[in-house]
Write a protein of this length. Structure first.
Length: 78
């Protein structure tokens, strides 16, 4: 939706990642909530929290899905 469009234009919009994580959490989509949180912390430079949330996301997301691969990329780039 709107948040994804916003992130296509401004890839480092930490507010959009925060709002996306909140929305996914409210929908019960833990994997995507953790991934959005990992991306937010990655942008902020908080390596410890980015790694923790990316690792959590990988537990919930289908292996080799685009989201799982994004979490893996975050882990690899820390």
């Amino acid at each position: 939706g709107i948040l994804k469009k916003s992130l296509r234009i401004e890839e480092d919009n930490i507010t959009a990642f925060y709002q996306m994580a909140t929305a996914y959490a409210l929908l019960g989509d833990t994997g995507r909530a953790e991934l959005a949180t990992a991306e937010r912390y990655y942008i902020l430079g908080n390596i410890k929290k980015a790694s923790m949330h990316a690792h959590r996301a990988m537990k919930y997301l289908p292996k080799n899905s685009p989201e799982w691969l994004k979490a893996q990329d975050i882990m690899a780039n820390l």
